[in-house]
Structure formats: structure tokens, C-alpha cells
Design a protein around this ligand. Structure first.
Ligand code: ZN
Length: 282
């Protein structure tokens, strides 16, 4: 089975076996690796090699008790309008460069985190999320995946009123409320995902499919995004990139649909993982 990684109680964990048991990286390695998740991203190739030798069957875990796989990233990037279906439903032109915004790191939450509903315009956006391993500057497209630790599924939860509160709009705050950047439940090592540029991704709202795509429909691929961003900013180990959402969000529907307390979002990236987010009163 693929090498999978997550965090619990702030400690780096390997996820092993069909029942998703946890192996504490620091303990299992006899201290070769620290408990700090950021250290694992710095030494991802070594962690992969170590993970292949682990025979520990681990301890059962409750996925609701995990942390985000990268719990305190230095930088969290979001890419807007990165599927043609979403750009068209938004009435926006197809971007000619990755439309990039920030999701502040205090909005990061574990994959199954509850989503507090502030106001009447909170929306869902299922996305393929990548976490960086070695990072760097000026990363070539051809080499970009070698700088990625792993892939998971996430929600770029958006307060549309806040997102479009000013002219011109400024996305950062509307996408950074508490728990508005949930992703998880674990990373799957990018090297071990053969079809990583063409994964089936879905989002359901209260059991009804609202988004359904294959990630080869991205306007800017993961490699394009990493190459573009690293030409401007230094990407750091543990950094997180939300790569964009396909068509089917709530605010483009007629009439629009907004999230309310009690709603349940289930997000799935086939072969990678599934997360469940319940909407709650703040
Ligand atoms: Zn998004």
C-alpha cells in the first residue's frame, strides 16, 4: 500500500494498513525522525524509505481526532477559477496565469473539521490539495512533482459576501475564517499515485452530488502552479496549495445555495481519501 502521512496531537504519523492505523514516526524510528511534521517534509525522501521498512501494524485511530496533515504551514495558496466549468459558471474570463490568493494558516483545519457558518453566503469548493516537501525557487515544470510530499482532498470554504465586499475584490479574508481550510485525512505520497494528474473528485451536499470532475480538467496543472509560484516566491516544506475548484459551487446556482448549520459536505478524491465536514453555528 502507498506511503501515507498525517498528524495527531501535533505529532507526525504514518498511516498503515487497510484499517488506517497510526504509527508514530518519532517512536517507530527510535528518534531518527522527530515528532515535528515539518521535519518530515524537510526529509521526505528519507521518511518514504523508512516507511517502506515499517512492520508495526499501528494503533486504531478516529479520523475525527487527526490534525491536518500539515498543521501549521508557513504559506497556504489558493488558485481561483482553475477549472473551465467554474470560470464559466462564475461569468469570469479564463485566467491567463494562475489566479492566486492566500488562505491564512490560522484557517487550516483537519479534514473532518466542523465549518462555522458566518452569515448567509458561505459556499463549498472541493479541491485537490498538495503539500510541499522540499520546496524551493524556480522549480521547473518537469521537476515539480518531485518537490511535492503528498496529495489529499480539501475544501476551500468561502464567505462570498466577505470575498466580494470590496472593489476590486480581495479573496484572502473571505477564505480564511476559522476552519475554512480543512484538508486530509492524510497525504498519499505523490510518487506513489500513478494517475495523479487525472483523479476523479466529487463533493456531495447532504448526500446529493454537487461537484464531479476529473482533475485533468485543471486549466493550470499542479506542475504549472508550482513552477509559476516558485518563480515568484520561495515554496517551503509543508506549504499547502489548494489547486482550484470545478463547477458546481453554490453561489453560481439559480437560485444560489448557501451552506447552513446542519449541512454535511463529503469530499472525495478517488484512491486518496474522503473528508466529511459538518456545518455548525459559530
Ligand atoms: Zn478555491
Amino acid at each position: 500500500m502507498s506511503f501515507r502521512f498525517t498528524c495527531k496531537d501535533g505529532r507526525a504519523q504514518l498511516v498503515v494498513g487497510p484499517n488506517n492505523h497510526l504509527v508514530d514516526l518519532e517512536k517507530a524510528s527510535g528518534g531518527k525522525f522527530s515528532s515535528e511534521p515539518i521535519d518530515a517534509f524537510h526529509r521526505w525522501d528519507e521518511v518514504r524509505q523508512f516507511a517502506a521498512t515499517v512492520t508495526d501494524t499501528g494503533v486504531p485511530c478516529d479520523v475525527n481526532e487527526l490534525d491536518a496533515p500539515s498543521p501549521w504551514p508557513t504559506q497556504v495558496f489558493g488558485i481561483g477559477l482553475n477549472y473551465r466549468t467554474h470560470a464559466e459558471e462564475s461569468g469570469m474570463p479564463i485566467p491567463t496565469a494562475p489566479l492566486t490568493f492566500t488562505k491564512f494558516s490560522s484557517s487550516v483545519a483537519h479534514g473532518n473539521a466542523d465549518v462555522p457558518i458566518y452569515g448567509g453566503s458561505v459556499d463549498w469548493e472541493v479541491e485537490l490539495v498538495v503539500v510541499m516537501a522540499s520546496g524551493g525557487r524556480d522549480i521547473a515544470k518537469e521537476n515539480a512533482w518531485n518537490h511535492v510530499a503528498g496529495i489529499c482532498v480539501g475544501q476551500d470554504i468561502s464567505d462570498r459576501a466577505l470575498q466580494f465586499a470590496t472593489t476590486p475584490p480581495q479573496f484572502n479574508l473571505g477564505k480564511s475564517r476559522k476552519n475554512y481550510s480543512p484538508f486530509g485525512p492524510w497525504l498519499v505520497d505523490a510518487q506513489e499515485v500513478p494517475n495523479k494528474d487525472a483523479l476523479h473528485m466529487t463533493c456531495t451536499l447532504n448526500g446529493e452530488v454537487v461537484q464531479d470532475t476529473v482533475t485533468d480538467d485543471l486549466i493550470f496543472s499542479v506542475s504549472d502552479i508550482i513552477s509559476y509560484l516558485s518563480g515568484i516566491v520561495q515554496l517551503l516544506p509543508g506549504d499547502v496549495i489548494f489547486t482550484g475548484t470545478p463547477g458546481g459551487v453554490g453561489f453560481s446556482r439559480k437560485p444560489p445555495i448557501t451552506l447552513k448549520p446542519g449541512d454535511v459536505l463529503v469530499s472525495t478524491l478517488d484512491g486518496i481519501g474522503t473528508t466529511t465536514n459538518t456545518c455548525v453555528q459559530p
